[in-house]
Design a protein around this ligand. Structure first.
Ligand SMILES: CC(C)(COP(=O)(O)OP(=O)(O)OC[C@H]1O[C@@H](n2cnc3c(N)ncnc32)[C@H](O)[C@@H]1OP(=O)(O)O)[C@@H](O)C(=O)NCCC(=O)NCCS
Length: 146
């Protein structure tokens, strides 16, 4: 049974493990500690009985929210956890006053693009050479009505 709850600084090591398994340029444990302590952010965890299996984060500034990262541990992907986590983080951002939400995603990331499209995000443009590891552009997506 998967549960969801807000991240606290002490969760940083568990989140870092998911992060390292998910991204070419992972954020550090220290970054997650700081993000959890920042009152302008909201990070939610997905947990099974024993461990953190995913997380999603947003920065919230007035009525705008920006997704920082969404990741599910590799062995839990493709089972609907990411979908549930997106619903949770969008609901959490809305309840903190966000009216719209943006994010950046690699054009090569078919799973993430499909996930975001299913939640009403639309591509509005590109940031050229945004990703440092391979120079890939970023697709900028917005959901204008949470
Ligand atoms: C993107 C990610 C968070 C999706 O999480 P997930 O738990 O696997 O997603 P779900 O099982 O809820 O699937 C959601 C949708 O994504 C799409 N999807 C999932 N896996 C896919 C794949 N391998 N290829 C193409 N589309 C895929 C499907 O449209 C799916 O909806 P459907 O099951 O109704 O068809 C996960 O793949 C992940 O952590 N990837 C690595 C980190 C990452 O890229 N994060 C996003 C950064 S912008």
């Amino acid at each position: 049974m998967i549960k969801f709850r807000e991240m606290v600084p002490e969760d940083a090591a568990g989140v870092e493990a998911v992060e390292k398994a998910s991204f070419a340029i992972p954020w550090s444990r220290q970054s997650f500690w700081e993000e959890a302590a920042n009152e302008r952010t909201c990070y939610l965890l997905a947990l099974d009985e024993t461990a953190i299996i995913g997380y999603a984060g947003v920065w919230i500034l007035d009525d705008e929210a920006q997704i920082t990262n969404v990741a599910i541990a590799p062995s839990y992907r493709g089972q609907g956890v990411g979908t549930k986590l997106m619903a949770e983080i969008m609901g959490a951002a809305k309840s903190r006053g966000a009216a719209r939400m943006t994010l950046e995603v690699r054009p090569s990331n078919a799973a993430a693009l499909a996930l975001y499209a299913a939640f009403g995000f639309k591509s509005v443009g590109h940031r050229p050479h945004y990703y440092q590891d391979n120079g890939e552009d970023a697709v900028i997506m917005w959901n204008m009505k949470l």
